[in-house]
Design a protein around this ligand. Sequence first.
Ligand code: XMP
Length: 305
Amino acid sequence: MVNVDEFIEEAKAEIAEEIGDKHAVIGLSGGVDSSTAAALAYEAIGDQLTAVYVDTGLMRKGETDEIRETFDYMDSLRIVEAQDRFLDELEGETDPEEKRHIIGEQFIREFETVAREVDADYLVQGTIYPDRIESEGTIKSHHNVGGLPERIDFDGIVEPMRDLYKDEVREVARALDLEEIISERMPFPGPGLAVRIIGEVTEEKLEVAREANHVVEEELEEYEPWQALAAVIGKATGVKGDNRVHGWVVAVRSVESRDGMTARAQELDWDTLQRMQSRITGAHENVARVVYDVTHKPPATIEYE
Ligand code: XMP
């Protein structure tokens, strides 16, 4: 991308020409890629675009409200409240790949419902260059809206950012005046907090994971990590007040990386670690301890599942 304004004008022209007077849908995840693609497409075709945000219940604290506020200007925005359906489908499932599969399938079902309702002819996707490289090598089953094109008979798929890298997408997002909370946001996996909960996803573990991730993102902002996160990794004994509890163990992870393919655990100072420990154990009565993950990738991955 040579010039951001030129890119935006060309991308809008391409979207408008391809879609003409037809109707398009886009899945909005809250991340920078799909948000930027949605903002671009909306500038190009206005209410001929329906942006669909599925609240899976696996989102970060406040994420759904931020989306609602950021995209409030789009009359055609659809927010699908699907938290109960996702939790029901995930009930009892402990296998990491199965959890990913269930989430991907349910996401497609929710998205299809809206796409059929609005009679969408085109699918707009926020695919970027590294996604194409990764899916060619099938490194990871990125769920995004994968699988959808085969299940709905779209006239076409439009991927206006297919040649951009992440930092270029952020530049486009800034030029489109997207809120900083979106343009500067850390990467977040499609399956959301489910891959930051080892084993079954339950409401209690989700509450702990959501609160802990919020604390970590706040406390580590100044370290400018590629990604910082918290995961609920098991149970252990602790003492709360006068009682022994068998509570959750939360792992904090903060990594530096260029592309997520390899990563280095970040060195944090003791005060920061202790502040996170105190806020996370204080946030929920059933958190017994907090540990810091010092493993690089490889041998570990960035997420826990
Ligand atoms: P791992 O855990 O494989 O993660 O070291 C590398 C990067 O990919 C993100 N990630 C995902 N993103 N769907 C996504 O859209 C997924 O299933 C998924 N799994 C991991 C992860 O957050 C990190 O940035």
